[in-house]
Design a protein around this ligand. Structure first.
Ligand code: PEP
Ligand code: MG
Length: 587
């Protein structure tokens, strides 16, 4: 039994078998075979050696033509390992004499060879050892038929373990087959974390080196609330966690009473709106079922990230998605459609944008900056939103607006698109409100300027925290600095709320800070009356709002203001929540 601590990103406990994703290094375990399987395993080896030789030859020709003979020779040298009779003999004997599977035979023989080369003093041999590993991995990919695709590799639900998972990989996961997610790297504010929450999959990211000590089908416990991963747990530990799963189930059932309540009120009668954040159209249904006051953030960039064959979604694809969400949410509650927030960690594959790698993508061409650069894409999205607007109550929001010029440019493109549709006689909602995300300190400082022109604000604490503390939201190495309870963030939020109130501009908060139960009374105490949270947190957030009076929330905010560190604020808030709602309030 071994314990690993990581970043707790999606609550919930899972006990299950592990499926290891080979998007990093292969770890192959010996698997015994029957004598009747020997011939089949040897035939598999023949075929893997042949296909690998073919692909090396193709690469040799390509490299020679494009780069020159000397580069082609690299692949010629790789192919020599496949022809090495001694090496091949060692592989075959592991199968025929030791009766172990073909994958392990390749893994063991090639590792042995690489180690021999590494042991030689000359550094040129060490380089050759890397070549041996390279050929080994190509053979293993052939044998395992792995595409390095991030998915559970069986029909049974399992816990997925990988070195890293991108947000687009995460968005393609099947929640019915993925019991939990564990990664070696990745931080609290990453979009991977946000997607796992949307899918309702317990997740712990950034646990550090794990895969080299893990085998396919190892037993594992993932505690997404505590950020704890336990491999090969003993029976008592399993029992303890089983009890925890049952307790969580009981709490979940209790919270179902909150479903019917769309109009949420604090104990002393102050009305609060709890809305849902969605990434995929199907999540709108969950928001409605749980009685949310609409969708406060629809992250439309996931339409691009999940697009088949990496195609830029056309206007019709956008239209269908927005129509479906608006029809589901209905006309009583609003749906805030955020225009695509691509770039940084939400980067689609090749073909979307001309720019490739940026040295500092979170500071680079992302969000509304991309929209203003790729105006055709932006226009087609805006057209689709406007066309769909007759099916519900849509609002449009631009992400990461940092200057008034960006806001005005985006608004002016919107006006153009609207005028075009009008001339074409296409129906749309003429009063569709336009708002911005408040996600950078510059926007907060200049909020008055924006308040005179926009219809509404939404506070994106994930980015606002990242840019305020100068801390990469996806980097587990700096997680200790990425705490939503940052005293600096509290002060920024208070400022936003007071300016917005002064100008009468509705303001919501849609960053993950609002989806953390202990923060809810604080945010109400700071003056917010609308929060948009992960769909899985709607019921819990409503329960908290109803359990506190506004007077108590203000007292909590005043006290939190006096602490100097995020950790002190955090433990104070957790204690307050526990005192009012009991120990399970945080889960
Ligand atoms: C935020 O930054 O808080 C936000 C809601 O936007 P995203 O997480 O998609 O960047
Ligand atoms: Mg953001």
């Amino acid at each position: 039994m071994k314990f690993y601590h990581g970043v707790p990103v999606t609550p919930g406990v899972a006990i299950g078998l592990v499926s290891v994703v080979a998007n990093d290094e292969f770890v192959i375990r010996p698997r015994a075979i029957e004598s009747t399987q020997v011939a089949n395993e040897l035939a598999r080896l023949d075929s893997a050696f042949e296909s690998t030789a073919d692909s090396l030859e193709r690469r040799r020709v390509e490299a020679s033509v494009q780069l020159g003979e000397q580069y082609g020779q690299i692949f010629e040298a790789h192919a020599l390992f496949l022809k090495d009779a001694k090496l091949r003999d060692m592989v075959d004997k592991t199968v025929s004499e030791k009766r172990l599977c073909a994958e392990y035979a390749v893994y063991q023989a090639f590792n042995h060879y690489a180690k021999l080369l590494q042991g030689l003093q000359d550094s040129k041999f060490a380089d050759r050892a890397n070549d041996v590993i390279d050929v080994r991995d190509q053979l293993l990919r052939e044998l395992l038929a792995v595409t390095q695709e991030v998915a559970v590799s069986s029909d049974r639900p399992k816990i997925l373990a990988a070195n890293f998972i991108t947000p687009s990989d995460a968005s393609k996961l099947d929640p019915d087959k993925t019991m939990a997610i564990v990664t070696e790297t990745g931080g609290l504010g990453s979009h991977t974390a946000i997607v796992t929450a949307a899918l309702g999959i317990p997740a712990v990211l950034g646990v550090g080196p794990l895969l080299s000590e893990l085998y396919e089908n190892d037993l594992m416990i993932v505690d997404g609330s505590a950020g704890l991963v336990i491999t090969n747990p003993d029976p008592e530990t399993c029992q303890r966690y089983q009890t925890k799963i049952e307790a969580q189930e009981k709490t979940r059932r209790r919270r179902e009473a909150m479903r019917a309540k769309v109009q949420v009120k604090t104990k002393d009668g102050v009305e609060i709106e709890i809305k849902g954040n969605i990434e995929f159209p199907y999540e709108a249904k969950k928001c409605v079922e749980d009685g949310a006051a609409g969708v406060g953030l629809y992250r439309t960039e996931f339409l691009y990230l999940t697009s088949p064959n990496n195609q830029i979604p056309d206007e019709e694809t956008h239209f269908r998605a927005y129509k479906s969400v608006l029809e589901t949410v209905g006309k009583t509650q609003s749906t805030v459609i955020r225009t695509f927030d691509l770039g940084a960690d939400k980067t689609p594959g090749d073909g979307f944008f001309v720019e490739v790698k940026e040295p500092n993508p979170f500071m680079g061409l992302r969000s509304v900056r991309l929209s203003l650069r790729y105006t055709d894409m932006f226009r087609s999205q805006l057209r689709a939103i406007l066309r769909a607007s007759v099916y519900g109550k849509a609002k449009i929001m631009f992400p990461l607006v940092t200057t008034i010029t960006e806001w005005r440019d985006a608004r002016s493109i919107f006006h153009d698109v609207r005028d075009d549709l009008f001339e074409e006689g296409v129906p749309f909602d003429p009063d569709i409100p336009l708002g911005i995300m408040v996600e950078t300190p510059a926007t907060v400082v200049m909020l008055e300027q924006f308040a005179r022109e926009v219809d509404f604000f939404s506070i994106g604490t994930n980015d606002l925290l990242q840019y305020t503390q100068a801390v990469d939201r996806s980097n587990e190495k700096v997680t200790s600095l990425y705490q939503q309870e940052s005293p600096a963030l509290l002060r920024l939020i208070r400022h936003i709320v007071s300016v917005a109130d002064h100008y009468g501009k509705p303001t919501s908060l849609c960053g993950q800070m609002g989806s953390m139960p202990a923060n809810v009374p604080l945010l109400l105490g700071l003056g917010l009356r609308s929060l948009s949270v992960s769909p899985g947190m709607i019921l819990q957030t409503k329960e908290i709002c109803e359990a506190f009076s506004m007077e108590k929330c203000r007292e909590i905010a005043r006290k939190a203001w006096t602490f100097e560190t995020a950790s002190d604020i955090r433990s104070y808030l957790r204690n307050q929540l526990r005192e009012v709602l009991g120990d399970d309030a945080l889960d």
